[in-house]
Structures are given as C-alpha cells and as structure tokens.
Write a protein that binds this ligand. Structure first.
Ligand code: SAH
Length: 353
C-alpha cells in the first residue's frame, strides 16, 4: 500500500476505519502484529462501536500505546444537528473539526416506528447539476472516503441511540461517481461481522451513470438498486438533468433492463414530480411504456424545491398522475419526503438551516 492509501495526510497515522478485514490484516502484519488483531479491531469498531484505543480493554497497555501512536480511529465531527417536528433529524458532518467540507446525513423514522432509515452522502456537493436539486448549487468538494461514509451511520446511530433498519445512498452526491468507496462502505454495512444490514436494506441510487450500472451488474452487487429517472423523454430529461448528455435515456433504459434480466431482480425508478415539466398524460404514457418493459417499481416524489418558479404538485395532481401510471401494472409508491422544515427532505441537502 502506498503512503497515500495508508496514511493520513495531517497526522501521518494509518486510518483504520473503512477498511475491509483483509486490509486490516495486511496493516497489522505490516506493523508486526498477528492478523487476528485485525478481527478484534474490526469487531471493536463495528460491533462494539469503540471510538478510542482505551476501549479495547482486552489489548495490553503496550499494544494500545503502539496503536495509538501509529493508527487512527478518526470519527466525523457534528457541525450541526437539527430535529424536525416530524421526527426526522439532519446531521451536518465534517471530517476535520474546522474545515469547511461539510456533508449531511438524515435519520428518517417511519411514523409507526417500524422502519428507520438513514440517508447518507457519498460526495461533498455533486457535479451533476440536476436543475431541481439543492445539492447541485453547492461547490463540489470531492469524494467521501469509505470510512467517512460508514461513520455517518455510526455517528447518527450513536447520537439518536438507535439502530437503522435501512440505509439509502440518497444524500449528497452521485454514488457511482465514487464507485469504489461506496461499494466498500456498503460491504462493511452488509458484512455480518460488521454492521450486519441485509443487502436489500441498503439502497444505492444513481442519476443514471451507465458505466457504474454496468460495473454493478458485472460484479453482481447484492444491494437494492434505484435509478433517478425523473423524465421519460430524452429531450425533456436533458432540460432538467445534465447527465442525459453523457448517458442518453435509451442507453440508460437498456442498462436498467440488463440489470433486471441478468441479476433477475427488480429495479426502482425514482421520479420527482414537477408540474408543467414531467407530469401530464403524454409523459405518463412514456413512463408507462418504460415501466412495462422490465421488472420495476416506481417511487414518485413531489418536488421539494422551488427553483425556476417550479412548485410542488398538489395532492390532487399527484393522485391524478399516479392514476395515469396505473396501466403500467407495477407498484407505484408516493414517497414520503419528511424533514422539509429542517431542509432534510429529498433534494434539499445543501447544509442550509
Ligand atoms: N445522485 C443520486 C443520489 C441522490 S438521490 C441520484 O440522483 O439518484 C436523491 C433523490 O432525490 C433522487 O431520486 C432525486 O431525483 C430526488 N430529488 C432531487 N431533488 C429533489 C427535489 N427538489 N424534490 C424531490 N426530490 C428530489
């Protein structure tokens, strides 16, 4: 491993969070320690949720001192913590105590208390420039590392004092523009020896980065998978999502079909509803045609932002649009988008309070 992958720039210490068990074993060997230490550290970090070497009580004093000197157990700093009237909580994190790089995660309990979802970020800002999304207005400041992704869950769960049943990569950023860190983080979330979340409880969502989808299929990633479609027509989609210029809709639809066929799994399409932009009979017909061509379900989300004078559809408009989609014969879910009062709802993550 190179200095860059092993060391932390500021402290020169080797960060241990966000490593696979195999990598931890390699690191321990390189420090002249027995590989079984890796398993103990892995367990300590993700099962016991230790945050300092002091808590590794089975380690000798000498070992703790050595690890303290050479390795770090970095954790995210909470820059802001907001609670919504509806129970949603938004966390603004930064990796360093005083650096401006901030990213957000949202704790979303369902009304009945059964489902508890954490929505996490994969990047600081985003390069995609989707016209309806507040994250697009931020300056892009880079990819998050695997440990910064995993630690969002560890910190949120520590602070709320509860465990999530579901994790969605639907916060800031495009997960497939940070493919390897996202997949590595997901594998730690999924690992029975780490956070032990079922693969179907982890959802990765892309705006349509087709080469990422191809890789996801090829590697047979077990995680739940969603595409933010948002418009059923290439020309219309281009108006609201720049990514259409790089990966055109027919190519995206083909990749989605291949996902469902090759992995024999259902795909989810997300569709933010913007009156006058992507609703109405004609768009519904096109969306129905897409939906009928593969095993899918559709999550519709009423717009949460008001850029360009756009507005949120009324309840009637939402119901009408859903009715127009019925001929697709696929499940259609009107997705709750809680946390609007704390700017924690879909499309609102921009470190604003
Ligand atoms: N870049 C990835 C991950 C972000 S997911 C992706 O696009 O899939 C964020 C979800 O919120 C997407 O489904 C997006 O379509 C939706 N969204 C973005 N802005 C929104 C807004 N203003 N109102 C409602 N939903 C929005």
């Amino acid at each position: 491993m190179t200095q860059e992958t092993l060391g932390e720039v500021q402290t020169g210490k080797i960060p241990l969070k966000g490593r696979t068990l195999k990598e931890l074993s390699d690191i321990m060997s390189s420090l002249g320690e027995k590989p079984f230490r890796a398993k103990q550290i892995y367990h300590g970090l993700y099962v016991n949720r230790y945050e300092s070497w002091e808590q590794f009580t089975t380690f000798s004093k000498a070992l703790k001192e050595k690890l303290e000197e050479l390795c770090s157990l970095t954790r995210l700093h909470v820059a802001k913590h907001l609670k919504s009237v509806d129970g949603t909580q938004k966390f603004t994190f930064s990796s360093e105590p005083n650096n401006g790089k901030e990213f957000e995660a949202v704790w979303i309990p369902s009304g009945d208390g059964g489902r508890k979802t954490i929505c996490i970020s994969s990047q600081v800002g985003c390069t995609l420039n989707c016209k309806f999304c507040a994250t697009a207005k931020l300056e892009f400041q880079g990819n998050l590392k695997a440990h910064e992704i995993v630690d969002q869950i560890l910190q949120v769960e520590r602070i709320v004092g509860d465990r999530a049943t579901n994790v969605v990569f639907m916060g800031m950023g495009e997960p497939f523009h940070n493919y390897f860190n996202v997949i590595r983080a997901a594998s730690i979330l999924h690992d029975p020896d780490a956070l032990n979340l079922g693969a179907k409880k982890i959802t990765i969502s892309t705006s349509g980065v087709v080469n990422g989808i191809r890789r996801f299929i090829e590697n047979k990633e077990p995680y739940n998978f969603a595409i933010s479609l948002n418009h059923p027509d290439p020309n219309g989609r281009k108006e609201i999502m720049d990514i259409e210029e790089k990966f055109a809709l027919p190519e995206l639809i083909q990749a989605a079909k291949d996902f469902t066929r090759e992995l024999n799994r259902r795909i989810t399409f997300e569709y933010v509803m913007i009156p006058g932009v992507n609703m109405g009979q004609e768009n519904a017909n096109k969306l129905v045609k897409i939906a009928r061509s593969m095993d899918c379900k559709i999550n519709v989300i009423p717009l949460n932002t008001e850029f360009f004078g756009w507005r949120r559809p009324t309840r009637n408009e939402v119901e009408e649009f859903i009715a127009l989609l019925e001929p697709a014969g696929v499940p259609i879910l009107n997705r709750r988008s809680p946390g609007k009062d704390i700017f924690g709802a879909c499309g609102m993550l921009a470190s604003k309070s």
